[in-house]
Design a binder for this molecule. Sequence first.
Ligand code: SF4
Length: 198
Amino acid sequence: MTILYVIGRNLYVNLTNRCPCACTFCVRQDSDGVHGADNLWLDHEPSLEEILTEFEKHDLDSYASVVFCGYGEPLERLDVMIEVCEYIRSKSNIRIRLNTNGLADLIHGKETAPLLAGKIDEVSISLNAPNKQDYTNLVRPCFGEQAFPSLLKFASECKKYIGDVSFTVVDLLNREQRDACRKLAESMDIKLRVRPMI
Ligand code: SF4
């Protein structure tokens, strides 16, 4: 079972396979791993103890950053993720990044960005589309049309509580959609990165 995996100079954390979305482009639909990482399907969700045991096998200072990502939405396990961040901080000043779908407020029924203040250094949020309709069609969140406005609110809260925030879109969007995403990101003073489909 793969809890931690290395891509380039970064140590990735695979906390869960749960996700409230069913993106049409999700890599999980037709592969078991990414970038040469082993099978990222978990046979059970690792306990905090199991996760920290894996961390003990790594010298954190030999990596550029720790990235919460994996084959699911890391913020499904918000409390565990926060405890892992605290462990990491007790060992190293390594940069901590979160890759998220930005729907944690709906998952937990409360504002979650304030809970991440001081725990992570950087958050990358999958924007994926410039408006509610395109987003709902592409990402197919279980929350329906509530999802997109909640994502935007989470992103602006992250600006306030974390500071370093970026949006990503996949490169399957057409030029018009990408331009609209760029405009939206600029209006929120958030960077936008176009990421290739794996
Ligand atoms: S949010 Fe990520 S993990 Fe979830 S379905 Fe979309 S691409 Fe897959």
